[in-house]
Each structure stands twice: as structure tokens, then as C-alpha cells.
Design a protein around this ligand. Structure first.
Ligand SMILES: Nc1ncnc2c1ncn2[C@@H]1O[C@H](COP(=O)(O)OP(=O)(O)O)[C@@H](O)[C@H]1O
Ligand SMILES: Cc1ncsc1CCOP(=O)(O)O
Ligand SMILES: [Mg+2]
Length: 253
């Protein structure tokens, strides 16, 4: 279906995120100017908001885009990068959560910070927790927000507040490439755009597929830089037979 995905994202991630969407068959558009949002956002199939390099002047565009997506029945996905790193960032993330994201995807430390509304000891954009440490936080955030919540890590956890699913694909080397988390959030937006009625399943499938591409890519890679290239090539080359042979999604609840 090649869904059109609007991404308002951090400067670090723009290239890898756009290439991830293209290699998966979606159409990325990195449009973030406030003046363009009223014309453009109602036309997209899904929206991805990412606060990685947030500054105050970007926030009104993010909020307007989220409101328009919600109003026009389009899914939108939030990546609360480094949510617990500062009061400014945490407040911005909490305000965005109020605007009804379809999915929230973060690493474990981000989901714990958001669920507890707490600023604290952080490693910035990286996680200092395992995804399994964040299951209860993810469930309570899902219940409080109405969003599907995904926690990435060695096991990617996806919950709607009741059901909990684990996607077990991926390789640890993916954490050594900047913006893989951002990019899988955008991939989730593309998957949810195609199957909005099954947002939990679409989220788990996107995480699993990205992980499978990482596993395939790792067979050809020598380190993070070559994995970045082979991850994109592998994502582009995935077919149904390969996905069905490697997908590892299991119920955890
Ligand atoms: N230990 C791991 N083993 C396998 N895959 C991992 C591991 N840690 C993270 N990943 C994968 O790397 C990608 C980025 O996740 P993560 O590093 O948690 O996000 P972020 O970059 O936002 O912190 C995801 O696809 C995730 O499944
Ligand atoms: C390094 C960095 N700094 C601000 S945003 C960003 C990218 C984070 O990407 P990811 O969360 O996917 O690791
Ligand atoms: Mg991240």
C-alpha cells in the first residue's frame, strides 16, 4: 500500500528513518514547519513524532500535527526520546501523550520515566534498564493513555494494558547504530497505517520485522557501520517466506 508517513523527527535520525521507510515500501516525508501542517497532515496515512532534538519552537508544529491526525482518524506514533532527561522534555512528552497517540514506542528508561512522570538519572537517549524491567510501567502507561505501548530491547514488549506480547528478533549490535530506535518507531507508524484496526499486532510485527532485518544484516556486517547498510538492504529484501521462517512473537501475559 506504500503509506505516506509524515515524520517530525530529530536531526540525527532523519536519514536512517527515511531510508527505513523507503526500504520497507512506505513513503517518508520529513515535513515539520507549522505553516505546512494544516495542508499536509490531513493527507498522510500516519504521523510519527519524535522529540530527540526538541526545542520549544518545534513543539507547536508537533501538537498541531497530532491534533489534525487524531481529528482526521489517522494513526500517530510518539517516540519519547530521553523523556526523563529534563523537565522541559518530560512535560512536552506528557502534553503529547494527552493528544492521543495510537502507539508510544520507547526504550525501557523512556517508558519508565513517562509512566512515572519523573525526571531522573538517565543515560540520555540510551536505556539504563532492560525492556523486561518496564513491563508494569508500559501496562500502566497504556491504560492511562489509551495507546499501545512498545518497549524496545533484547525482547521488544508490546502491550495495550492487558495483553502483553514479546517480539524476540534483533541483534544487540543494533543498539550501536544511532537512530535504530527512532527508525523502528517510524516503521511502526507505517504498519499501523496499513492495519489501524489491529494496532497491537501491527506494532509487534514492525518490531519483529526490523529485528529480522537486523539478524539478516548481521550475517554480512563487520560492525555498526556495515550493519547500518546491510540492515536497510535486508529490510528491502525481506519476503513472506523469510519473515514467516524467522518471526518470533509470543504472548507474555
Ligand atoms: N539486546 C538487544 N538484542 C537484540 N535487539 C536489540 C537489543 N537492544 C535493542 N535491540 C533492537 O534495536 C532496535 C533499537 O532499540 P533500542 O536500542 O532499545 O531503542 P533506542 O535506540 O530508542 O534506545 C530495536 O529494533 C530493538 O529491538
Ligand atoms: C543521539 C541522539 N541525540 C538526540 S536524538 C538522538 C538519536 C537517538 O536515536 P535512538 O533513540 O534511535 O537511539
Ligand atoms: Mg530512542
Amino acid at each position: 500500500q506504500s503509506p505516506l508517513i509524515q515524520c517530525i523527527t530529530n536531526f540525527v535520525s532523519m536519514d536512517l528513518m527515511a531510508n527505513t521507510l523507503l526500504s520497507a515500501g512506505a513513503s517518508p516525508a520529513m515535513l515539520h514547519t507549522l505553516e505546512e501542517i494544516p495542508d499536509f497532515t490531513p493527507q498522510v496515512h500516519a504521523l510519527c513524532l519524535n522529540v530527540g532534538t526538541l526545542s520549544a519552537d518545534w513543539l507547536p508544529a508537533m501538537k498541531l500535527a497530532a491534533e489534525l491526525a487524531h481529528k482526521s482518524g489517522k494513526p500517530w506514533v510518539l517516540d519519547p526520546v530521553a523523556a526523563g532527561a529534563s523537565g522541559f522534555r518530560l512535560r512536552a512528552c506528557l502534553e503529547l501523550v494527552e493528544l492521543k497517540p495510537t502507539v508510544i514506542r520507547g526504550n525501557a528508561s523512556e517508558i519508565i520515566a513517562l509512566a512515572n512522570a519523573s525526571v531522573g538519572l538517565t543515560k540520555g537517549v540510551d536505556s539504563s534498564h532492560e525492556s523486561t524491567d518496564a513491563v508494569e510501567s508500559a501496562k500502566s502507561l497504556a491504560r492511562a493513555s489509551g495507546a499501545i505501548v512498545a518497549v524496545s530491547g533484547a525482547v521488544d514488549i508490546v502491550t495495550d494494558g492487558k495483553r502483553v506480547v514479546g517480539a524476540h528478533n534483533g541483534v544487540a549490535m543494533m543498539t550501536k547504530i544511532t537512530a535504530t530506535g527512532c527508525s523502528v518507531t517510524a516503521l511502526i507508524a507505517a504498519f499501523v497505517a496499513v492495519d489501524q484496526a489491529h494496532a497491537l499486532e501491527a506494532t509487534a510485527a514492525a518490531l519483529s520485522l526490523f529485528g529480522i532485518a537486523g539478524e539478516m544484516g548481521m550475517k554480512l556486517a563487520n560492525g555498526p557501520a556495515s550493519l547500518r547498510m546491510h540492515l536497510i538492504d535486508s529490510l528491502h529484501g525481506l519476503d513472506e517466506v523469510c519473515v514467516l521462517a524467522h518471526v518470533k512473537i509470543a504472548s507474555l501475559s
